[in-house]
Design a protein around this ligand. Sequence first.
Ligand code: MOS
Length: 672
Amino acid sequence: MNRVEGRVKVTGLATYAAEYPVEGVAYAYPVQSLIAKGRVARVDAAAALDMPGVLAVLSVADPPELAEDADAELALFQRREVAYRGQIIAAVVAGTYDEARAAADAVRVEYEPADHDVSLRADHPGLYRPEVVNPNFPSDTEQGDLEAGLAEAATVVDVTYTTPVLHNNAMEPHAALAVWDAEGTLLVYDSTQGATTDRDMIAKTLGLPSGRVRVVARHVGGGFGSKGTTRPHAVLAALAARVTDRPVKVALTRQQMFDVTGYRTPTIQRLRLGADGEGRLTALEHVAYEQSSTLKEFAEQTAVPARVMYATPALRTAHRLVRLDVATPSWMRAPGECPGMYALESAMDELAYAAGVDPVELRLRNEPETEPESGLPFSSRNLAGCLREGARRFGWERRDPEPGVRRDGEWLIGTGVAASTYPSKRSPCQAVACVRDGGFLVQVAAADIGTGARTALTRIAAETLGVAPDRVHVELGDSDLPAAPVAGGSMGTASWGSAVVRACEELKKDGREGRADTTEEVGQDSELARHAFGAQFAEVRVSAVTGEIRVSRLLGVFAAGRIVDARLARSQFIGGMTMGLGMALMEETLTDEEFGGFLRRDLAQYHIPACADVPDVEAVWLEEEDERLNPMGSKGIGEIGIVGTAAAIGNAVHHATGHRVRELPITPAKIV
Ligand code: MOS
């Protein structure tokens, strides 16, 4: 089955947030703070207001009315205090985009700067232990006697890995178009991962009931988490439209995205692993150091996957956070699992070498019976199957473990492996299915952010109804449709699909219409450890002359329940793996220590993989029956592809060169 929206996308007919034709539209352009900390003393908008086409200047000098409990990142122009360089402190509204942009340059801002601190360090005096880490896990956990486990170990690995600030770079930059009607109801065309949640957040920020706001997002050009929560551009569009009594569009530039749409926190991660003579863990400690802003606490759950992965008599995980003069970090594909598994799976490779055990075999020897920390049975866990199938397909048995000895001219060749995991949960959702024009209409406020959600839900509905997919039309991307959770946490298909199945079952009984709300069903989900697993294999070629690294082969083997649509699943897996390749070798946003904010705020400097960087990437999956998850038996597949990829590549670089790089990204300078 082809993507149902494939034709409108490739012919340019799919409409994105900034593209809706609206009569009389005006444009707002943000003015961003040039200091990282301090106060805005004065905003002089006189020159800007005199410029052609300018309708209004919004700023902290004249705070617009917003809800008192508005989210600190969304409470635009409410406080003169500056929390980070790049924060939106004013905006110009004008008749055209270029007029707004030019006038934004003419807004004079005087600051009272204060000393800032934007540097994450493992010995930072401001580090503290958060109460919980995202979404609601205990910050620290400890079982068994860690020090005793390390003391009795035949082999100990004590290593620190770091990951940099990373930014989501969706193809469609964030944009919103806000239109107020005469009755004071607000319509926002927004680029969002969830129309329902975005509507609720915009309404809450403006102090409106949810019924007075509608969000439409029929097509979204990627999000990866950066569109999972409401972003300031949407609030700015609504405020500017209210002030000028015109529809207002805000389309962020790529550079502005880097400042105000979130990023993955940098991490410093210390791993202490102990193993007996056979490579069985005697102790595992994972401590993660991370940052948040002064505005709010965002505590990434980086050490949480260590609670899921391996059997060990002593297990300690901990998170330490420091609040810096930076923007608040946010979600980026597999938040927590992705950086956490990078460090854990790199350290496991180091342990394999230290213990003299093959890296695949080491992981097999440490397979747990139940989820290590909770003791809960797994709904299904086929990590061992993924490792074995991957090893077979990759030709792992022919591997000589000796590092730095395979050479093809100037190129050193190596292979590496890492495990992968991601939770498989679902959230309550509503859906309606009815008979329409001789076919079937299914409605749910789901988001298709490029994943193919429409297509997956069409298949799920068609299978439940027992009809051909071309008789089913799925309508999504509108908060006026039945309420749905975000496309996030790899829960979209499981959450929306559950509601679609139930609505279609009701339709079959009723004959005309079926309505579903899975709140009760999801609330009764039995207590099980629910995770997808995978094994990532990488082959790299490293130039002994320049340190250039080419990934010549990537193979991911996943166990992710029933795969709803093979083509969509493959795209998700290889997309995640490609993003993991970027994380391993290229992606890094530098923090400007001197002035605050970020350097490298565009795609010329923030490098992501191009097709030529990914000559051979293959994703396969095991048949996995897991009927206890949801009516489809499916696990999420949006995020697991990125988990473990960077570790597999880093491990392959070590195998190729004999050199262990513990700071991402692995750039040529760190090799030579
Ligand atoms: Mo994803 S980071 O859960 O949107």
